[in-house]
Design a protein around this ligand. Structure first.
Ligand SMILES: Cc1ncc(COP(=O)(O)O)c(C=O)c1O
Length: 502
Protein backbone atom coordinates (compact mmCIF):
# COMPACT_ATOMS: atom_id res chain seq x y z
CA UNK A 1 0.00 0.00 0.00
CA UNK A 2 1.34 3.44 -0.82
CA UNK A 3 0.91 4.59 2.80
CA UNK A 4 3.40 2.03 4.04
CA UNK A 5 6.05 2.58 1.35
CA UNK A 6 8.96 4.50 2.90
CA UNK A 7 9.93 7.60 0.94
CA UNK A 8 12.83 7.28 -1.51
CA UNK A 9 15.64 9.69 -0.60
CA UNK A 10 16.06 12.56 -3.03
CA UNK A 11 19.25 12.73 -5.10
CA UNK A 12 22.31 14.33 -3.56
CA UNK A 13 21.83 18.00 -4.26
CA UNK A 14 24.59 20.57 -4.28
CA UNK A 15 23.75 24.22 -4.71
CA UNK A 16 25.47 25.90 -7.60
CA UNK A 17 25.85 29.61 -6.80
CA UNK A 18 27.25 30.16 -10.31
CA UNK A 19 24.17 28.74 -11.95
CA UNK A 20 22.36 32.07 -11.74
CA UNK A 21 19.15 30.16 -11.01
CA UNK A 22 17.00 30.32 -7.91
CA UNK A 23 17.39 27.40 -5.50
CA UNK A 24 13.91 26.03 -6.11
CA UNK A 25 14.74 25.81 -9.80
CA UNK A 26 17.99 23.95 -9.04
CA UNK A 27 16.15 21.49 -6.80
CA UNK A 28 13.44 21.04 -9.44
CA UNK A 29 16.10 20.29 -12.06
CA UNK A 30 17.92 17.78 -9.84
CA UNK A 31 14.71 15.86 -9.03
CA UNK A 32 13.49 15.98 -12.62
CA UNK A 33 16.76 14.60 -13.90
CA UNK A 34 16.75 11.85 -11.27
CA UNK A 35 13.26 10.89 -12.45
CA UNK A 36 14.23 10.93 -16.11
CA UNK A 37 17.40 8.93 -15.46
CA UNK A 38 15.36 6.32 -13.56
CA UNK A 39 17.07 6.99 -10.23
CA UNK A 40 13.65 7.91 -8.88
CA UNK A 41 11.43 5.19 -10.30
CA UNK A 42 7.81 5.60 -11.43
CA UNK A 43 5.57 5.19 -8.39
CA UNK A 44 8.39 6.00 -5.92
CA UNK A 45 7.19 7.94 -2.93
CA UNK A 46 9.00 11.24 -2.31
CA UNK A 47 9.83 12.67 1.10
CA UNK A 48 7.50 15.39 2.34
CA UNK A 49 8.51 18.96 1.50
CA UNK A 50 9.26 19.49 5.20
CA UNK A 51 11.61 16.47 5.34
CA UNK A 52 13.18 17.44 2.06
CA UNK A 53 13.84 20.98 3.33
CA UNK A 54 15.43 19.66 6.53
CA UNK A 55 17.53 17.01 4.78
CA UNK A 56 18.83 19.36 2.12
CA UNK A 57 19.19 22.44 4.32
CA UNK A 58 16.70 24.48 2.32
CA UNK A 59 13.70 26.55 3.34
CA UNK A 60 10.34 24.82 3.20
CA UNK A 61 9.04 27.31 0.64
CA UNK A 62 11.96 26.44 -1.68
CA UNK A 63 11.00 22.77 -1.51
CA UNK A 64 7.30 23.60 -1.99
CA UNK A 65 8.04 25.71 -5.07
CA UNK A 66 10.17 22.94 -6.61
CA UNK A 67 7.49 20.31 -5.90
CA UNK A 68 4.75 22.59 -7.27
CA UNK A 69 6.68 22.91 -10.51
CA UNK A 70 7.22 19.14 -10.79
CA UNK A 71 3.54 18.61 -10.11
CA UNK A 72 2.43 21.22 -12.63
CA UNK A 73 4.59 19.60 -15.31
CA UNK A 74 3.38 16.08 -14.62
CA UNK A 75 6.55 14.55 -13.13
CA UNK A 76 4.97 13.87 -9.76
CA UNK A 77 1.45 13.43 -8.50
CA UNK A 78 -0.12 13.70 -5.08
CA UNK A 79 -2.49 11.24 -3.49
CA UNK A 80 -4.77 12.45 -0.74
CA UNK A 81 -3.17 11.98 2.66
CA UNK A 82 -0.25 9.86 1.42
CA UNK A 83 2.16 12.36 -0.12
CA UNK A 84 3.84 12.84 -3.49
CA UNK A 85 4.83 10.06 -5.93
CA UNK A 86 6.72 9.89 -9.20
CA UNK A 87 4.18 9.68 -12.05
CA UNK A 88 4.00 6.54 -14.17
CA UNK A 89 3.16 8.59 -17.23
CA UNK A 90 6.05 11.04 -17.61
CA UNK A 91 5.86 14.04 -19.92
CA UNK A 92 9.36 13.39 -21.30
CA UNK A 93 9.06 9.62 -21.68
CA UNK A 94 8.63 9.84 -25.45
CA UNK A 95 11.58 12.20 -25.72
CA UNK A 96 13.83 9.87 -23.77
CA UNK A 97 12.95 6.80 -25.76
CA UNK A 98 13.96 8.68 -28.91
CA UNK A 99 17.12 9.97 -27.25
CA UNK A 100 18.12 6.44 -26.22
CA UNK A 101 20.94 6.60 -23.73
CA UNK A 102 21.72 10.24 -24.25
CA UNK A 103 20.56 11.10 -20.76
CA UNK A 104 21.68 14.21 -18.93
CA UNK A 105 24.95 13.73 -17.07
CA UNK A 106 24.32 12.68 -13.48
CA UNK A 107 24.12 15.68 -11.21
CA UNK A 108 24.56 18.13 -14.08
CA UNK A 109 22.06 20.84 -14.91
CA UNK A 110 22.16 20.12 -18.63
CA UNK A 111 22.51 23.86 -19.20
CA UNK A 112 26.24 24.39 -18.86
CA UNK A 113 26.85 24.68 -22.57
CA UNK A 114 23.93 26.99 -23.26
CA UNK A 115 24.46 30.58 -24.25
CA UNK A 116 23.18 33.37 -22.02
CA UNK A 117 20.35 33.73 -24.48
CA UNK A 118 19.65 30.00 -24.39
CA UNK A 119 19.51 30.07 -20.60
CA UNK A 120 17.05 32.94 -20.78
CA UNK A 121 14.93 31.03 -23.26
CA UNK A 122 14.56 28.02 -20.99
CA UNK A 123 13.58 30.17 -17.99
CA UNK A 124 9.89 29.80 -18.82
CA UNK A 125 7.24 29.88 -16.16
CA UNK A 126 6.80 26.12 -16.56
CA UNK A 127 3.04 26.62 -16.82
CA UNK A 128 3.25 26.74 -20.61
CA UNK A 129 5.16 23.49 -20.61
CA UNK A 130 2.71 21.81 -18.26
CA UNK A 131 -0.20 22.97 -20.41
CA UNK A 132 1.41 21.69 -23.59
CA UNK A 133 2.98 18.35 -22.71
CA UNK A 134 0.00 16.57 -21.22
CA UNK A 135 -0.62 13.35 -23.11
CA UNK A 136 -3.87 12.70 -21.31
CA UNK A 137 -7.21 13.42 -22.91
CA UNK A 138 -8.64 16.64 -21.49
CA UNK A 139 -10.35 16.13 -18.14
CA UNK A 140 -12.63 18.61 -16.43
CA UNK A 141 -11.65 21.44 -15.98
CA UNK A 142 -8.64 21.81 -18.27
CA UNK A 143 -8.73 25.47 -19.31
CA UNK A 144 -8.66 26.74 -22.91
CA UNK A 145 -9.44 23.43 -24.66
CA UNK A 146 -12.32 23.92 -27.10
CA UNK A 147 -15.18 21.45 -27.66
CA UNK A 148 -13.22 19.09 -29.90
CA UNK A 149 -16.15 16.66 -29.95
CA UNK A 150 -18.30 19.35 -31.58
CA UNK A 151 -15.84 20.23 -34.35
CA UNK A 152 -17.26 19.49 -37.83
CA UNK A 153 -14.60 16.91 -38.68
CA UNK A 154 -16.52 15.39 -41.62
CA UNK A 155 -16.80 18.77 -43.28
CA UNK A 156 -13.12 19.55 -42.62
CA UNK A 157 -12.17 16.15 -44.08
CA UNK A 158 -14.28 16.87 -47.18
CA UNK A 159 -12.62 20.24 -47.75
CA UNK A 160 -9.20 18.68 -47.10
CA UNK A 161 -9.94 15.76 -49.43
CA UNK A 162 -10.92 18.13 -52.20
CA UNK A 163 -7.68 20.07 -51.79
CA UNK A 164 -5.61 16.87 -51.70
CA UNK A 165 -7.26 15.35 -54.75
CA UNK A 166 -6.72 18.49 -56.79
CA UNK A 167 -3.29 19.20 -55.32
CA UNK A 168 -1.88 21.99 -57.44
CA UNK A 169 1.79 22.88 -57.95
CA UNK A 170 0.95 26.12 -56.18
CA UNK A 171 0.36 24.23 -52.94
CA UNK A 172 3.51 22.13 -53.36
CA UNK A 173 5.84 25.02 -53.92
CA UNK A 174 7.33 27.32 -51.27
CA UNK A 175 4.61 29.60 -49.95
CA UNK A 176 4.59 33.33 -49.43
CA UNK A 177 6.18 34.12 -46.04
CA UNK A 178 3.23 36.37 -45.21
CA UNK A 179 0.88 33.44 -45.69
CA UNK A 180 -1.51 32.04 -48.30
CA UNK A 181 -3.06 35.07 -49.91
CA UNK A 182 -6.72 33.85 -49.99
CA UNK A 183 -6.43 33.11 -46.28
CA UNK A 184 -5.05 36.56 -45.53
CA UNK A 185 -7.91 38.08 -47.53
CA UNK A 186 -10.48 36.00 -45.68
CA UNK A 187 -8.99 36.93 -42.29
CA UNK A 188 -8.82 40.66 -43.09
CA UNK A 189 -12.44 40.65 -44.30
CA UNK A 190 -13.60 38.78 -41.18
CA UNK A 191 -11.72 41.05 -38.76
CA UNK A 192 -12.89 44.26 -40.43
CA UNK A 193 -16.52 43.11 -40.36
CA UNK A 194 -16.67 41.29 -37.02
CA UNK A 195 -14.00 42.93 -34.86
CA UNK A 196 -13.94 46.51 -36.09
CA UNK A 197 -10.37 46.40 -37.37
CA UNK A 198 -9.09 48.63 -40.14
CA UNK A 199 -6.69 46.45 -42.08
CA UNK A 200 -5.98 45.14 -45.52
CA UNK A 201 -4.58 41.69 -46.37
CA UNK A 202 -1.05 43.12 -46.78
CA UNK A 203 -0.98 43.77 -43.03
CA UNK A 204 -1.88 40.17 -42.15
CA UNK A 205 1.01 37.81 -41.39
CA UNK A 206 0.14 34.13 -40.92
CA UNK A 207 2.11 32.48 -38.10
CA UNK A 208 2.25 29.15 -36.30
CA UNK A 209 -0.26 30.07 -33.59
CA UNK A 210 -0.27 33.24 -31.58
CA UNK A 211 2.73 31.98 -29.62
CA UNK A 212 4.92 32.37 -32.70
CA UNK A 213 3.42 35.80 -33.28
CA UNK A 214 4.30 36.89 -29.73
CA UNK A 215 7.79 35.47 -30.13
CA UNK A 216 8.28 37.41 -33.37
CA UNK A 217 6.95 40.61 -31.81
CA UNK A 218 9.37 40.24 -28.89
CA UNK A 219 12.33 39.69 -31.15
CA UNK A 220 11.54 42.48 -33.60
CA UNK A 221 10.48 45.15 -31.11
CA UNK A 222 12.36 44.61 -27.84
CA UNK A 223 15.90 45.15 -26.67
CA UNK A 224 17.47 43.38 -23.70
CA UNK A 225 16.20 44.90 -20.47
CA UNK A 226 13.28 46.83 -22.04
CA UNK A 227 10.42 47.16 -19.58
CA UNK A 228 7.02 45.93 -20.71
CA UNK A 229 3.62 46.03 -19.05
CA UNK A 230 2.07 42.64 -18.39
CA UNK A 231 -1.47 42.22 -17.09
CA UNK A 232 -1.47 40.89 -13.51
CA UNK A 233 -2.78 38.21 -13.45
CA UNK A 234 -2.09 37.44 -17.08
CA UNK A 235 -1.29 35.00 -19.84
CA UNK A 236 1.82 32.94 -19.02
CA UNK A 237 2.50 32.11 -22.69
CA UNK A 238 2.92 35.79 -23.53
CA UNK A 239 5.04 36.34 -20.44
CA UNK A 240 7.32 33.49 -21.51
CA UNK A 241 7.66 34.73 -25.09
CA UNK A 242 8.39 38.32 -24.12
CA UNK A 243 10.68 37.39 -21.23
CA UNK A 244 12.66 35.19 -23.53
CA UNK A 245 13.19 38.21 -25.78
CA UNK A 246 15.03 39.74 -22.84
CA UNK A 247 12.28 42.04 -21.61
CA UNK A 248 11.79 42.99 -17.98
CA UNK A 249 8.18 42.23 -17.14
CA UNK A 250 6.37 44.89 -15.12
CA UNK A 251 3.15 43.52 -13.63
CA UNK A 252 0.25 45.98 -13.95
CA UNK A 253 -2.94 45.21 -12.02
CA UNK A 254 -6.24 44.42 -13.73
CA UNK A 255 -9.51 45.63 -12.21
CA UNK A 256 -13.15 45.57 -13.33
CA UNK A 257 -12.27 47.79 -16.32
CA UNK A 258 -9.23 45.84 -17.46
CA UNK A 259 -5.58 46.87 -17.26
CA UNK A 260 -5.10 49.84 -14.92
CA UNK A 261 -3.34 52.30 -17.22
CA UNK A 262 -2.60 54.82 -14.44
CA UNK A 263 -0.95 52.10 -12.37
CA UNK A 264 1.10 51.12 -15.43
CA UNK A 265 2.24 54.73 -15.86
CA UNK A 266 3.18 54.89 -12.17
CA UNK A 267 5.27 51.73 -12.44
CA UNK A 268 6.92 52.29 -15.78
CA UNK A 269 5.73 55.31 -17.76
CA UNK A 270 8.31 54.73 -20.48
CA UNK A 271 7.71 51.00 -20.97
CA UNK A 272 8.48 49.89 -24.51
CA UNK A 273 5.39 47.73 -24.94
CA UNK A 274 2.14 46.73 -23.23
CA UNK A 275 0.63 43.26 -23.66
CA UNK A 276 -3.17 43.23 -23.21
CA UNK A 277 -6.18 40.94 -23.73
CA UNK A 278 -8.90 43.62 -23.86
CA UNK A 279 -11.85 41.63 -25.24
CA UNK A 280 -11.85 39.03 -22.45
CA UNK A 281 -8.92 39.46 -20.10
CA UNK A 282 -6.98 36.25 -19.57
CA UNK A 283 -7.59 34.81 -17.03
CA UNK A 284 -10.20 37.02 -15.29
CA UNK A 285 -12.54 37.46 -18.27
CA UNK A 286 -13.02 41.22 -17.76
CA UNK A 287 -13.70 43.37 -20.83
CA UNK A 288 -11.54 46.50 -21.01
CA UNK A 289 -13.72 49.63 -20.88
CA UNK A 290 -13.68 52.13 -23.72
CA UNK A 291 -12.18 54.79 -21.42
CA UNK A 292 -9.27 52.46 -20.59
CA UNK A 293 -8.78 51.55 -24.24
CA UNK A 294 -8.51 55.21 -25.16
CA UNK A 295 -6.17 55.90 -22.22
CA UNK A 296 -3.94 53.00 -23.25
CA UNK A 297 -3.76 54.20 -26.86
CA UNK A 298 -3.03 57.70 -25.66
CA UNK A 299 -0.18 56.44 -23.45
CA UNK A 300 1.31 54.42 -26.33
CA UNK A 301 1.24 57.45 -28.59
CA UNK A 302 2.84 59.75 -26.04
CA UNK A 303 5.43 57.24 -24.84
CA UNK A 304 6.20 56.05 -28.38
CA UNK A 305 5.46 52.50 -27.21
CA UNK A 306 3.81 49.45 -28.74
CA UNK A 307 0.62 47.69 -27.71
CA UNK A 308 0.29 43.96 -28.35
CA UNK A 309 -3.44 43.24 -28.44
CA UNK A 310 -4.08 39.51 -27.98
CA UNK A 311 -7.70 39.10 -29.10
CA UNK A 312 -7.78 35.44 -28.16
CA UNK A 313 -11.05 35.59 -26.25
CA UNK A 314 -13.05 37.79 -28.58
CA UNK A 315 -15.15 35.29 -30.50
CA UNK A 316 -16.93 33.57 -27.65
CA UNK A 317 -19.08 36.35 -26.30
CA UNK A 318 -22.57 35.32 -25.25
CA UNK A 319 -24.10 38.69 -24.36
CA UNK A 320 -24.21 41.47 -26.96
CA UNK A 321 -21.51 42.50 -29.37
CA UNK A 322 -17.93 42.82 -28.13
CA UNK A 323 -16.31 46.24 -28.05
CA UNK A 324 -14.35 46.95 -31.19
CA UNK A 325 -10.72 45.89 -31.07
CA UNK A 326 -8.09 48.43 -30.00
CA UNK A 327 -6.54 48.13 -33.44
CA UNK A 328 -9.61 49.76 -35.00
CA UNK A 329 -9.41 52.71 -32.59
CA UNK A 330 -5.75 53.39 -33.29
CA UNK A 331 -4.95 55.92 -36.03
CA UNK A 332 -1.32 56.13 -34.85
CA UNK A 333 -0.35 52.58 -35.82
CA UNK A 334 0.85 51.53 -32.35
CA UNK A 335 -1.12 48.26 -32.14
CA UNK A 336 0.11 44.80 -33.10
CA UNK A 337 -3.00 42.62 -33.18
CA UNK A 338 -2.61 38.89 -32.45
CA UNK A 339 -5.20 36.24 -33.30
CA UNK A 340 -5.32 32.45 -33.22
CA UNK A 341 -7.42 29.57 -34.52
CA UNK A 342 -6.42 27.35 -31.59
CA UNK A 343 -9.54 28.04 -29.57
CA UNK A 344 -12.03 28.90 -32.26
CA UNK A 345 -11.23 25.77 -34.31
CA UNK A 346 -8.72 23.32 -32.82
CA UNK A 347 -5.26 23.63 -31.26
CA UNK A 348 -3.53 21.11 -33.54
CA UNK A 349 -4.15 23.37 -36.54
CA UNK A 350 -1.34 25.60 -35.22
CA UNK A 351 -2.32 28.61 -37.25
CA UNK A 352 -2.62 32.17 -36.04
CA UNK A 353 -1.96 35.63 -37.42
CA UNK A 354 -0.63 39.09 -36.71
CA UNK A 355 -2.16 42.29 -38.05
CA UNK A 356 0.69 44.74 -38.26
CA UNK A 357 0.90 48.52 -38.62
CA UNK A 358 1.97 49.11 -42.25
CA UNK A 359 5.51 50.21 -41.37
CA UNK A 360 6.17 47.00 -39.41
CA UNK A 361 5.18 44.63 -42.21
CA UNK A 362 8.59 44.52 -43.93
CA UNK A 363 10.72 43.95 -40.79
CA UNK A 364 8.36 41.27 -39.47
CA UNK A 365 8.42 39.53 -42.85
CA UNK A 366 12.20 39.48 -42.85
CA UNK A 367 12.30 37.90 -39.41
CA UNK A 368 9.53 35.46 -40.34
CA UNK A 369 11.62 34.28 -43.29
CA UNK A 370 14.55 33.61 -40.97
CA UNK A 371 12.30 31.91 -38.47
CA UNK A 372 10.35 29.12 -40.15
CA UNK A 373 9.83 30.81 -43.56
CA UNK A 374 6.06 30.11 -43.83
CA UNK A 375 3.30 27.96 -42.33
CA UNK A 376 2.18 24.72 -44.05
CA UNK A 377 0.21 25.67 -47.15
CA UNK A 378 -2.27 22.82 -47.33
CA UNK A 379 -3.74 23.64 -43.91
CA UNK A 380 -3.88 27.32 -44.85
CA UNK A 381 -5.77 26.48 -48.04
CA UNK A 382 -8.28 24.26 -46.22
CA UNK A 383 -8.81 26.97 -43.63
CA UNK A 384 -9.31 29.59 -46.34
CA UNK A 385 -11.99 27.36 -47.92
CA UNK A 386 -13.60 26.83 -44.51
CA UNK A 387 -13.89 30.59 -43.94
CA UNK A 388 -14.90 31.47 -47.51
CA UNK A 389 -17.63 28.80 -47.48
CA UNK A 390 -19.30 30.42 -44.45
CA UNK A 391 -18.48 27.45 -42.21
CA UNK A 392 -16.32 29.49 -39.86
CA UNK A 393 -19.11 31.88 -38.89
CA UNK A 394 -21.56 28.97 -38.58
CA UNK A 395 -19.14 27.12 -36.30
CA UNK A 396 -18.64 30.20 -34.13
CA UNK A 397 -22.41 30.65 -33.74
CA UNK A 398 -22.81 26.99 -32.74
CA UNK A 399 -19.94 27.14 -30.28
CA UNK A 400 -21.25 30.34 -28.70
CA UNK A 401 -24.55 28.60 -27.93
CA UNK A 402 -22.79 25.47 -26.70
CA UNK A 403 -20.33 27.34 -24.48
CA UNK A 404 -23.08 29.54 -23.02
CA UNK A 405 -24.94 26.34 -22.04
CA UNK A 406 -21.79 24.75 -20.62
CA UNK A 407 -20.96 27.85 -18.62
CA UNK A 408 -24.52 27.84 -17.24
CA UNK A 409 -24.06 24.18 -16.27
CA UNK A 410 -20.85 25.05 -14.43
CA UNK A 411 -22.46 27.96 -12.59
CA UNK A 412 -25.45 25.79 -11.58
CA UNK A 413 -23.22 22.92 -10.41
CA UNK A 414 -21.05 25.22 -8.30
CA UNK A 415 -24.18 26.75 -6.74
CA UNK A 416 -25.34 23.21 -5.91
CA UNK A 417 -22.09 21.80 -4.51
CA UNK A 418 -19.76 24.67 -3.78
CA UNK A 419 -21.25 26.02 -0.56
CA UNK A 420 -18.42 27.49 1.51
CA UNK A 421 -15.60 26.02 -0.61
CA UNK A 422 -16.04 27.34 -4.16
CA UNK A 423 -17.92 30.14 -5.90
CA UNK A 424 -18.07 31.41 -9.47
CA UNK A 425 -19.40 34.51 -11.19
CA UNK A 426 -20.96 34.09 -14.63
CA UNK A 427 -19.15 35.97 -17.42
CA UNK A 428 -20.50 37.19 -20.76
CA UNK A 429 -17.59 35.60 -22.63
CA UNK A 430 -14.90 32.96 -22.58
CA UNK A 431 -14.22 29.26 -22.11
CA UNK A 432 -13.39 29.17 -18.41
CA UNK A 433 -14.50 30.78 -15.16
CA UNK A 434 -12.50 31.45 -12.05
CA UNK A 435 -13.60 29.22 -9.18
CA UNK A 436 -12.98 31.48 -6.19
CA UNK A 437 -11.73 29.82 -3.01
CA UNK A 438 -12.31 31.11 0.52
CA UNK A 439 -9.99 33.98 1.56
CA UNK A 440 -6.71 32.77 2.92
CA UNK A 441 -6.73 29.49 0.97
CA UNK A 442 -3.68 28.39 -0.98
CA UNK A 443 -4.83 27.80 -4.55
CA UNK A 444 -1.75 25.74 -5.44
CA UNK A 445 -2.41 23.23 -2.72
CA UNK A 446 -6.12 23.26 -3.68
CA UNK A 447 -5.10 22.40 -7.26
CA UNK A 448 -2.95 19.58 -5.94
CA UNK A 449 -5.86 18.15 -3.97
CA UNK A 450 -8.07 18.46 -7.03
CA UNK A 451 -5.45 16.71 -9.16
CA UNK A 452 -5.21 13.86 -6.64
CA UNK A 453 -8.99 13.46 -6.98
CA UNK A 454 -8.74 13.39 -10.80
CA UNK A 455 -9.81 16.97 -11.52
CA UNK A 456 -7.55 19.20 -13.61
CA UNK A 457 -7.37 22.90 -12.79
CA UNK A 458 -4.84 25.68 -12.96
CA UNK A 459 -4.30 27.82 -9.86
CA UNK A 460 -4.87 31.51 -10.50
CA UNK A 461 -1.57 32.28 -8.76
CA UNK A 462 0.22 30.39 -11.58
CA UNK A 463 -0.90 33.26 -13.85
CA UNK A 464 0.73 35.97 -11.74
CA UNK A 465 4.18 37.49 -11.64
CA UNK A 466 3.91 38.75 -8.06
CA UNK A 467 1.23 36.41 -6.67
CA UNK A 468 -1.03 39.12 -5.31
CA UNK A 469 -4.42 37.80 -6.47
CA UNK A 470 -7.12 36.27 -4.27
CA UNK A 471 -7.04 32.45 -4.39
CA UNK A 472 -8.83 30.83 -7.32
CA UNK A 473 -8.80 27.98 -9.80
CA UNK A 474 -9.27 28.26 -13.56
CA UNK A 475 -12.18 26.02 -14.48
CA UNK A 476 -12.40 25.37 -18.22
CA UNK A 477 -15.88 24.32 -19.27
CA UNK A 478 -15.87 24.46 -23.07
CA UNK A 479 -14.63 20.92 -23.71
CA UNK A 480 -16.96 19.12 -21.32
CA UNK A 481 -20.57 17.96 -21.32
CA UNK A 482 -23.01 19.14 -18.66
CA UNK A 483 -22.85 15.70 -17.04
CA UNK A 484 -19.03 15.80 -16.91
CA UNK A 485 -19.18 19.31 -15.49
CA UNK A 486 -21.66 18.29 -12.78
CA UNK A 487 -19.58 15.24 -11.78
CA UNK A 488 -16.33 17.25 -11.92
CA UNK A 489 -17.68 19.99 -9.68
CA UNK A 490 -18.88 17.44 -7.14
CA UNK A 491 -15.51 15.72 -7.04
CA UNK A 492 -13.69 19.04 -6.88
CA UNK A 493 -15.81 20.36 -4.03
CA UNK A 494 -15.38 17.11 -2.12
CA UNK A 495 -11.62 17.34 -2.59
CA UNK A 496 -11.59 20.96 -1.47
CA UNK A 497 -13.65 20.19 1.56
CA UNK A 498 -11.63 17.07 2.32
CA UNK A 499 -14.78 15.00 2.76
CA UNK A 500 -16.95 12.68 0.73
CA UNK A 501 -20.47 14.05 0.68
CA UNK A 502 -22.25 11.24 -1.06
C1 LIG B 1 -4.69 34.73 -24.03
C2 LIG B 1 -4.16 33.61 -24.89
N1 LIG B 1 -3.52 33.91 -26.04
C3 LIG B 1 -3.02 32.93 -26.83
C4 LIG B 1 -3.14 31.59 -26.49
C5 LIG B 1 -2.50 30.46 -27.32
O1 LIG B 1 -2.67 30.54 -28.60
P1 LIG B 1 -1.86 29.63 -29.63
O2 LIG B 1 -2.29 28.22 -29.41
O3 LIG B 1 -2.34 30.20 -30.90
O4 LIG B 1 -0.40 29.83 -29.42
C6 LIG B 1 -3.80 31.24 -25.33
C7 LIG B 1 -3.94 29.81 -24.96
O5 LIG B 1 -4.24 29.47 -23.87
C8 LIG B 1 -4.32 32.26 -24.51
O6 LIG B 1 -4.95 31.97 -23.37
Amino acid sequence: MPQRTPPTPLPAFSRDPAAGEPLHRQLYTAVREAILAGRLAPGARLPSTRACATDLGLSRSTAVQAFDQLLAEGYIETRAGTGAFVCHDLPDAALLSVAGDRRPAAGGTGKRSLSERGRRLVQTSGVSRSQNVSKRAPRPFRPVTPALDAFPTALWARLGGRRLRGLSPELLDAGEPAGYRPLREAIAAHLNAARGLHCDPEQVLIVGGSQQGLDLAGRVLLDLGDEIWMEEPGYFGAADALRSAGARLVPVPVDGEGLDVLAGCARSAGARLAYVTPSAQFPLGVTMSLARRLALLDWARRADSWIVEDDFGSEFRFGGRPLAALQGLDPAGRVIYVGSFSRVLFPALRLGYLVLPPDLVAPFLDVRIVSGRFSPLLEQAILADFIAGGHFMRHLRRMRRLYAARQAALVAAVRRWGDGVLSVRAQPAGMHLIGWLPDGSDDRSAARRAEAAGVETLPLSACTLERATPPGLLLGYAAFTSAEIEAGVRTLCDALEGSDRR
